[in-house]
Design a protein around this ligand. Structure first.
Ligand code: ATP
Length: 303
């Protein structure tokens, strides 16, 4: 369980994280989204004890990172895959981490296999790894202590489509076995594919949070008919607000069942009826973070 509670971080006069609160529960993947400079890394760094909050707390299993008895075995962290020692091989890197964590070094080959770096890549110096391979190695390091919690900053960065697909399965499996995953990402489609919960931050403030279904599903119904005016009147008569959608479509502020029933009751013919929001996370993200830095947007879904 991750709990971020009224976290604020100021650098001089500048507030870069402002009163941020959210939780990540076991068995779920939480996608932490926001434009450049929104405060994602600062929040994650506060969570893993690398940044001291100005006020508020960020805890894992109820404790600050520094107070965890063996932090490396409770939380796996991947913040900057590029920061690994270039002169060591992948296996050496993980063996050192295993020794620091007090983990059996046999586990090294296990995680190398898990992240697809077994065999030749394991014996190759990290300096000649691609960014995608470094991400895999960083993830192996995070998994080494068999933690219950993963905190990952942009883990899909540099991965090719196959790698992204692989990571999605790995994180999903980790959460399905009861783990807690918090990952920041710019790759909205990937987040949409893997996350159960979303937290969107902009200008240091949370602008939306909730389940993916809540955030992406509360967008009304797209409806079309041969006579748009007749259809709009039928819905409005039933008390359903409508607005103009793409082309000749209407977007009705009700679920498809209610819209279909209202149209049927008025004898209005439909040629299309479906959940709005097919554009998904990308559109939501753009709408919510349209003016980064202002911090004036209201939460779309209450915490
Ligand atoms: N040590 C620091 N001193 C001063 N300002 C900082 C420091 N660390 C971060 N900041 C500022 O805090 C703001 C938030 O940065 P942060 O790295 O948390 O954003 P981010 O959402 O992770 O962005 P990105 O997606 O670009 O990595 C930025 O404006 C950054 O310049």
């Amino acid at each position: 369980m991750i709990t971020v509670d009224h976290l604020t971080k100021r650098y001089g006069a500048r507030t870069v994280v402002s009163d941020v609160s959210f939780t990540c529960t076991p068995g779920s993947v939480t996608g932490f989204l926001g434009p450049n400079g929104a405060g994602k890394s600062t929040t994650l760094r506060a969570l893993v004890g690398l940044t001291v909050p100005t006020s508020g707390t960020a805890t894992i299993a109820g404790r600050a990172h520094r107070d965890l008895p063996n932090a490396g075995r409770q939380v796996g962290v991947l913040l900057d895959a590029g920061a690994q020692h270039a002169g060591r091989t992948g296996r050496e890197t993980l063996t050192l981490t295993a020794m620091v964590l007090g983990v059996d070094t046999e586990r090294v080959d296990e995680v190398l296999g898990q992240v697809g770096l077994a065999g030749r890549p394991a014996g190759t110096r990290v300096g000649s790894y691609s960014l995608g391979m470094r991400q895999r190695l960083g993830l192996a390091g995070a998994l080494l202590g068999d933690p219950e919690v993963l905190v990952l900053d942009e883990p899909a960065n540099g991965l090719d489509p196959e790698g992204i697909w692989w990571m999605r399965g790995l994180l999903r499996g980790f959460a399905d076995r009861g783990g807690t995953v918090l990952l920041s990402s710019h790759q909205l489609r990937e987040v949409e594919a893997v996350a159960d919960q979303l937290v969107v931050i902009s200008g240091g403030r949370i602008v939306a949070q909730g389940s993916k279904t809540e955030l992406l599903g509360r967008r009304g119904t797209v409806v079309r008919g041969p006579d748009r005016a007749v259809l709009a009147r039928a819905l409005q008569t039933a008390g359903i607000a409508v607005s103009a959608g793409d082309d000749d479509a209407l977007v009705a502020d009700a679920d498809p069942l209610a819209v279909g029933q209202a149209a049927a009751a008025a004898g209005a013919v439909l040629t299309e009826l479906g959940q709005a929001g097919g554009e998904g996370l990308e559109e939501l993200f753009r709408a919510l973070t349209a003016s980064p830095g202002t911090g004036t947007q209201q939460p779309a879904v209450a915490a």
